[in-house]
Design a protein around this ligand. Structure first.
Ligand SMILES: Cc1cc2nc3c(=O)[nH]c(=O)nc-3n(C[C@H](O)[C@H](O)[C@H](O)COP(=O)(O)OP(=O)(O)OC[C@H]3O[C@@H](n4cnc5c(N)ncnc54)[C@H](O)[C@@H]3O)c2cc1C
Length: 252
């Protein structure tokens, strides 16, 4: 468990940014991950009074505030109307409902976990992150950056008619995934993403759905306590086939 000398319920983003400039400070989202560490935090900055807990449609975009919980993503009517069961499928294996009522989108994306179901899923969509200091940038670019003192305020998803499906494999339900996979299709473009490789999510695009299985085999995979490199490579082919079948069924 971490310890914190001060706790501040931020009254503005500027205040949160200012406090977070210090290396000893930390932002708290749901605190589910933070509580597992033994960090000695100077000032713990709570963003929950800043109205960042909303999912809002703005014309061609849906904006998800950083304090939106995984459960909100799972049950949102707006996300379901735009993307079908995709968001629910992305998060439903993460621990349990009580946990998903706590863990936030901001904490999940900012932590840039290799095993992240959320990074994998979002990378299949046309997504940008909004940062208090740097403004907007593509999610893929953000995922590659090393963590810094900026604050993630929202993830903005384009409603561009893209269809997407989500698959993952776990050794046992509620465990971290052995491999995560998302596939999206828009016009002539297919986008395939793998996460928990065990490295961070990566994406490839192709105009030929017949090449997806071959492309899946070209990702770099590694081994860890949840599965060997060989097993992950095998699963990649299986999940790609399942994702393609599911996408075709949903597009009929
Ligand atoms: C037991 C357990 C099992 C899990 N299983 C899975 C799983 O199967 N799949 C999966 O995808 N994820 C899994 N996770 C991760 C989980 O889904 C969340 O991603 C994680 O808990 C972080 O979200 P949080 O809101 O709790 O963030 P916190 O713990 O509050 O914060 C995490 C980190 O992000 C920083 N941070 C938080 N919010 C912001 C912000 N707005 N801007 C900048 N930095 C910020 C914090 O300072 C901290 O460093 C698991 C976590 C746990 C504890």
């Amino acid at each position: 468990m971490y310890t914190a000398s001060n706790y501040v319920l931020a009254q503005s983003l500027d205040q949160a940014l200012e406090l977070n400039r210090k290396r000893s400070s930390a932002i708290i989202g749901g605190g589910c991950w933070l509580r597992l560490g033994r960090k000695r935090i100077g000032t713990l900055i709570d963003l929950s009074a800043l109205g960042l807990d909303k999912i809002q449609e703005n014309g061609e975009e849906i904006s998800l505030g950083a304090m939106v919980t995984l459960r909100q993503m799972e049950t949102s009517k707006e996300l379901e109307a735009a993307f079908g069961p995709f968001f629910a499928d992305m998060v439903r294996h993460i621990v349990g409902v009580q946990f998903r009522n706590c863990a936030t989108l901001g904490g999940s994306v900012a932590a840039r976990f290799g095993f992240s179901d959320i990074l994998t899923g979002l990378m299949a969509l046309d997504c940008q992150v909004e940062l208090a200091q740097k403004g907007r940038m593509p999610l893929e670019e953000y995922a590659r950056l090393a963590p810094d003192r900026d604050i993630l305020t929202a993830v903005v998803v384009k409603k561009d008619g893209r269809k997407a499906v989500y698959q993952s494999a776990r050794n046992i339900s509620t465990d971290l995934p052995v491999l995560t996979c998302a596939l999206s299709h828009k016009g002539d473009l297919w986008r395939l993403v793998f996460g928990a490789r065990p490295g961070k999510a990566e994406a490839v695009e192709t105009g030929d759905p017949g090449s997806l299985e071959r492309l899946a085999g070209e990702f770099s995979f590694g081994g860890n306590m949840r599965g060997s490199e060989e097993y992950r490579r095998h699963l990649a082919g299986v999940l790609t086939r399942r994702a393609l079948e599911q996408l075709r069924r949903e597009e009929e």
